[in-house]
Design a protein around this ligand. Sequence first.
Ligand code: NDP
Length: 445
Amino acid sequence: MHPTLEPIHQRVLDRNPGETEFHQAVHEVLESIGPAVDKHPEYAEARIVERICEPERQIIFRVPWEDDDGDIHINRGFRVEFNSALGPFKGGLRFHPTVLLGTVKFLGFEQIFKNALTGLPIGGGKGGSDFDPRGRSDREIMRFCQSFMTELYRHLGEYTDVPAGDMGVGGRELGYLFGQYKRITNRYESGVLTGKALAFGGAQVRREATGYGSAFFARRALEVRGDSLEGKDVVVSGSGNVALYTVEKVHQLGGRVVAVSDSDGVVHDPQGVDLELLKDIKEVRRERLRVYTDKIGRAEFSTDRSIWDVPCQVALPSATQNELDADGARALLRSGCRFVGEGANMPTTPDGVEVLREGGVIFAPGKAANAGGVAASALEMQQNASRDSWSFEYSENRLSEIMTDIHDRCHATAEEYGRPGDYVAGANIAGYARVADAMLALGLV
Ligand code: NDP
């Protein structure tokens, strides 16, 4: 790490004890922006790094709700409004039992740089709750969402803070959240949430955007090296929103996804996973992945096999943070994997990244490779503001162009700063410089 950044890093560790994921995210960024520190002494003078590491505002609140049996539950809600130099705070809500303040801060911190990379006018934030949606009825989900929004609404606004979905928060939850926002505020303010259903202000391609974007990034990274996804075996971890639409686009681009997973285990289908069946299980019936093999006899479901042991040339971790460690990375190297693109946020551990880098694997960090979701959200805000709605084809083309631009910006920045081929450095420096320039222009606020 650059010597001027070391004390700043230490202060972040000391002031945020126990927030290991936040520490990891800050370390990864600070470790790679050294070349920008040398080139821009004006950033250090204005204490830009110190300011970026401290959220503008952090909100923690109680979420009481009643289950179908009349029992009362108390969860904790969070919204971390990290940085609004480039636009309103923007970033999803995660409902998962593992969510802590440090989880939301890691996600919010990543979001600042990711949003900057899109080139669109959006700041960084993130939120969520330790609520576990698994096994909950529709009515319970609705009551939880209503209670959550009853507190959160006062902090939101289309020019203030605009949440979207993340793990455990999809179209259904966003519908309930928007319904409650509208009821409390008496305002049909479409632009206050993104990822909405098409029936009430949603935009084409938002649902598909993170997965499609991840596949577009992979396509471009291979293309600039004279290669493509055509005929490649691909492994996609997870089977949620990001994973499903990654599978869809990879298949359309000529690749073959041979394994997907959930937190119970891994499906290996060597002839290529059946996407329609997968969507039916996950989006319609909301069942566990293991039932896939009831219909597809050739496939195997395993609870003790790592998905990274399935041979592939391309791996797209799209489930959760720290799911691909050094052992997983070594398994990918053994099977001849050439490209790893993070569909999820920070799915690769630092030692996993090191193994991939030393093994010569092209590695695309989440803040670049999965930025398609938030980019499509910004396009949804644009359509809401102008009371317009664009076609699927037009929206997909915009997304594809944005992902190509993000790729090329990271690639060119890495070269400019003497780290050719290093997308981590390219993404962090390009995102950081854009936010830093805006913060300088705005003065000490
Ligand atoms: P979903 O909740 O739709 O899906 C998450 C998937 O990951 C589920 O299949 C879940 O399985 C699986 N999973 C969770 N934990 C584990 C685990 N420990 N091992 C294996 N599988 C696991 O979330 P999303 O698809 O929306 O998000 C996935 C990732 O992508 C997250 O890191 C998120 O932050 C990131 N992301 C999402 C964006 C979006 O637009 N949705 C945008 C950018 C990034 P199970 O059902 O068993 O829990």
